[in-house]
Design a protein around this ligand. Structure first.
Ligand SMILES: NC(=O)C1=CN([C@@H]2O[C@H](COP(=O)(O)OP(=O)(O)OC[C@H]3O[C@@H](n4cnc5c(N)ncnc54)[C@H](O)[C@@H]3O)[C@@H](O)[C@H]2O)[C@@H](O)CC1
Ligand SMILES: Nc1ncnc2c1ncn2[C@@H]1O[C@H](COP(=O)(O)OP(=O)(O)O)[C@@H](O)[C@H]1O
Ligand SMILES: [K+]
Length: 467
């Protein structure tokens, strides 16, 4: 479980936020005391009186651990500390000096039912030393409950890269803000349930986890054209475009057109079909001023026809959602294709498509932001950790969704849900966030082992939860 609408800060941004707190008159000790209090509170809640082993590392994460040890002992709990080295000068050292209970070295440590991991937090700079990682993993495996302070030790807090963090952590108590590492890469499997503690730092940022959108019921005078008209362009593999079109219908569009050379005639009668002969005919159709959003790419194919459709879609200057084969056609030239566009664009690559299009380095958030800046488009970088970024720097992350989404066609469904949001007037990263949330919720409602067609039925139910 991941908190919704929660701020996300990098290690560097945490240091800046911490400096701002100090500048406001709060001491380093006071801030560490607040962090340790939060750790003690949550640990006591889960420990239910069981003996506790606290691992205290050399940095401020260890400092938080010493505060928690003192407070838990004061509450009458049986606490033992494992010190893994001398704490660094400053608050961490002072908090260690205030701890007067049982202390052992790492290699003399005996497992206890409750384990608190205060080895390393945002300051981890390299992989855990092998012996340390092995003892930590063993203590964790033998504990009945493990809580990590701020970040699981052995997880890169900026990227989610695995630097030796054990499996089996039950709860991670994020201090002040979530960190990218809680949400990305190995972090998704290492943190257990994530709780967020307010320690009084200013976590105002444009990076947040996705939350439930606030949608609106059509008003009294709404009509089919005022509720958003979506055009989905059909290509070589028509099933994918159908999935997008049906998803756009159940996500609240007033009017959905499936446009193709011979558009599929099955399915709901409410789906409007529009045949076109050539890409020139398509370009003419896309001039229709009632069109609010165009989806191109699901099942498009990559032949000469597909290229013509892509050019027609660009020429129309309508809000455009590009997925699948359209992204492959843009390839490494996405930035030059997109920079001259006036109308807004959303690109929805999965990681394979993203890596073929862009060569950026850094965390998934940094790479997605770089792609948004380079193209001027809103990017929805899909996966178990879906990262959405706007060219102006807004970021939303939807992580921890149903892993049953890993089935063919669910990306086509997302493109349709996104088109419905765009057609109804939602903009940029907000449209992406709403679409990703509805998509994830529909997947949860569909339960296990569904296939893409199944989840479409649940989209309107998900919409109903947002009114
Ligand atoms: N920045 C903030 O706003 C706050 C931070 N606090 C705590 O401070 C933590 C960050 O503290 P620090 O910056 O001291 O960092 P850490 O406590 O993560 O540890 C850094 C220390 O570990 C050493 N180190 C790094 N990687 C190592 C490795 N693989 N093997 C051995 N040694 C290694 C470093 O040389 C440094 O001495 C946070 O995660 C949080 O727990 C809280 O106390 C309060 C508020
Ligand atoms: N393990 C997973 N956990 C959560 N969501 C996932 C997982 N795997 C895939 N998804 C989601 O499912 C969708 C798959 O899209 P995509 O890869 O484009 O598939 P397709 O092209 O077959 O439609 C995306 O929305 C992605 O975020
Ligand atoms: K930790």
């Amino acid at each position: 479980m991941i908190p919704a609408n929660a701020p996300i800060l990098t290690a560097e941004q945490m240091v800046d936020a911490e400096q701002a707190v100090f500048a406001s008159g709060v001491s380093q000790d006071e801030l560490m005391e607040r962090a340790g209090e939060a750790v003690a509170r949550e640990t006591a809640r889960f420990a239910m009186g069981r003996p506790i082993l606290i691992l205290a590392g050399p940095g401020n994460n260890g400092g938080d651990a010493y505060v928690a040890a003192r407070l838990l002992q004061r509450e009458g709990l049986d606490v033992s500390v494992v010190a893994t080295g001398a704490p660094k000068a400053g608050a961490a050292e002072r908090m260690q000096a205030l701890w007067h209970g049982a202390t052992t070295s790492l290699y003399a440590a005996r497992p206890r039912p409750v384990l608190v991991d205060g080895l390393f937090g945002t300051g981890l700079m390299r992989p855990l030393e092998r012996g340390l990682a092995a003892v930590f993993a063993d203590l964790c495996a033998q504990a009945e409950f493990t809580l990590s302070i701020d970040v699981p030790s052995g997880l890169d807090s900026d990227t989610g890269a695995d630097l030796g963090a054990p499996a089996g952590i039950d709860v991670t108590l994020a201090l002040g803000a979530l960190k990218p590492g809680h949400l990305l890469d190995a972090g998704l499997e290492r943190c257990g349930r994530i709780l967020l503690a307010d320690i009084g730092i200013d976590s105002d940022t444009g990076w947040r986890t996705a939350g439930r959108p606030q949608l609106v019921t059509p008003h009294a005078h709404s009509h089919k054209y005022s509720r958003g008209l979506v055009v989905v362009i059909e290509g070589a593999m028509p099933g994918a475009a159908r999935l997008s079109a049906l998803a756009a219908m159940t996500a609240g569009s007033g009017y959905v057109v499936l446009a193709g050379e011979k558009p599929w005639q099955g399915g709901p009668d409410a789906l409007v079909r529009r045949a076109f002969g050539t890409s020139t005919d398509l370009a003419e159709f896309l001039e229709w001023d009632r069109i609010d959003a165009v989806v191109l790419g699901p099942g498009l194919g990559r032949d000469g026809n597909a290229d013509g459709y892509l050019r027609a879609a660009f020429a129309a200057e309508k809000p455009l959602i590009l997925d699948g084969d359209a992204l492959s056609l843009l390839g490494t030239n996405a930035a030059s294709w997109l920079q001259s566009r006036q109308a807004p664009t959303w690109l929805t690559p999965h990681s394979g498509e993203f890596d073929r299009m862009f060569g950026f380095d850094g965390s998934k958030i940094e790479r997605t932001l770089a792609a948004a800046r380079a193209t001027g488009a809103t990017i929805v970088h899909k996966g178990a950790d879906t990262v959405m970024a706007s060219p102006k720097g807004a970021v939303r992350v939807l992580a921890g969704g149903s892993s049953w989404l890993s089935t063919a066609g669910t990306g086509d469904v997302l493109a349709g849900v996104l088109a419905a949001q765009v057609a109804q007037g939602s903009k940029g990263v907000q449209a992406a966030e709403a679409a990703a949330w509805l998509h994830g919720r529909a997947a949860r409602l569909a339960g296990p082992a569904f296939y893409a067609d199944d989840m479409i039925k649940h989209i309107s139910e998900a919409v109903g939860e947002c009114l």
